[in-house]
Design a protein around this ligand. Sequence first.
Ligand code: GLC
Ligand code: GLC
Length: 637
Amino acid sequence: MLSVAHQVQLSQQHVTAQLAARPAAKAARKAWKAFASRLDAHFPTLLQELAPLYGARPDFLDFLVELLAVGFDAWLERPADLQALDLQREKNPRWFQSQKMLGGVCYVDLYAGNLKGLLKQIPYFKELGLTYLHLMPLFKCPDGNSDGGYAVSSYREVNPALGTMADLQTLAAALRAEGISLVLDFIFNHTSDEHDWARACVAGDPQYADFYYLFPDRTLPDAYDQTVREIFPDQHPGAFSQLADGRWVWTTFNSFQWDLNYSNPAVFTAMAGEMLAIANLGTEILRMDAVAFVWKRLGTVCENLPEAHTVIRAFSALVRIAAPSMLFKSEAIVHPDDVVKYISPQECQLSYNPLQMALLWNSLATREVNLLQQALEQRHNLDPDTSWVNYVRSHDDIGWTFADEDAIQLGIHGFPHRQFLNRFYVNRFEGSFARGVPFQDNPATGDCRISGTCASLTGIEQGDPLAPARILLLHSVALSTGGMPLIYLGDEVGTPNDHSYLDDPAKASDSRWVHRPARSASLYSQRNKKSSVPGQIYQGLRRMVEVRSSLEVFAGGQLTGFRAGNPSVLGYMRGKGGAHVLVLANFSEQPQHCPALVFSAQPKTAVDLLSGTVRSLREGLALAPYEVLWLDCRISA
Ligand code: GLC
Ligand code: GLC
């Protein structure tokens, strides 16, 4: 019996020799040498991830050779400036932990018409302080409903309505020159039904026969449906859709989004090629879409299976070889215990923080910070080589993904509490300031999620004078808890819901479009008028961004909880050893008082960095409605 280490060595030698013998390697000796040394360093990790998935197959070594040939070809095509960036980032692997990092997200068409239009927005992005820009899906997709581009028909062609591949590369380079990292999606759980692979699969091409989960009848779909969750029940019950010829195909989301079959190594190799091509466009961070769903096993929920992690870590190991500066951001909108499992230096270095997002809205509705305080104290701090992406809302619905186990410790029962939150945010609760819309209301399970822009969920539509303060409060937490803040562009000027999606048959059935409004030139034009609502929001946000980026205590992701002695006031400290900033945030529309006792270990007075005023802490502290304080406790007074 060979030892494992010896087996790894033999496979490595075999694969390397096969690759070196290919004409591509012979024709480009220098590139091959560089690639071979990267391969040397990372092959064992790659093998360790791929072996449990495909190692039992007799053709495993051939698969490895083929996969790494795809990797080498991508390396050959990797532009010199990206290879330079690779080296730079390897020397500074924590670059994304800087307090200067600030993210924005937008749809290309809705924000700027097309890619060329977006180029013209770069000066504004700089003004706002962005260093990270996530462009919503922009590759070729079906006409009509494409789930906002989340059904990809080709990863090598830009949606012609938005521009060309050349436009995208120009934009990526222009952004990078201005210090803004381009973020694109890797929609790898599924393709559209119009993708060449899907067409070949239905047509019976043996090469693509196992690319998707196709079934002749309902036997297996019925068996799987016993245990899987319905994600878009309005679109189809269960997880499967029927084809015109009577067969069934796995479609976790919409009927035109066909789940790929990762138990087939050819799917892994094919998607690896698409991933590296996206990297070579100048993508610095890849948003790993719908990570929870990529592996299925009968009798399970088919979400968050261990193999889903293995698939992602294998992609990550390949990236370390062929596009090393690119990072992964996980999109797992699941139970918080499962969310963190995707986050590690070897898997996804970044992750959305859906718990913080949902609990911000929870606290705003209940005027109590209990759940959020608990989450910050127990679930916030991560491995220092990884980071949260903290956000107030995204292009998706808001789902109440807190842990029932956490809630019950505070006497909160998950199910009825979620029902309350849904009523509160969709305007079925008297006195609510929110004007949201239900999403995937599922009477069978009582599940429902909500849609709405930040402005509409905080009271802008009714002209509530407190709405701007609510918007700033939510963003202040995303900006100061640690991790990278991400702004949904338009929220910084208070853009309200847009109901025009109801007139578009391709969008009408999906209420998430209500919170994807087009860029409003008139709102943006008021951003520097302090007296206007957009101006109040924008100026307040800019102030926070400036303060944050100027202070190193805001770098990295670690925080320490601070109990403010008032159920409506959230508290935490950034920085250590007496050199910290104390953040306090009042989640109620009433003034709140924090007792002197809680400040006994703090300096007598502290400057609020946001307003510049000195606050005395000896007699306790009064906070105005929705007031946020960033108290500078670095110099003891
Ligand atoms: C992700 C996207 C969402 C999309 C789904 C299917 O969750 O954020 O918008 O519907 O994946 O691709
Ligand atoms: C579900 C999925 C998530 C997706 C969302 C879209 O919550 O878990 O991945 O973004 O649906 O609405």
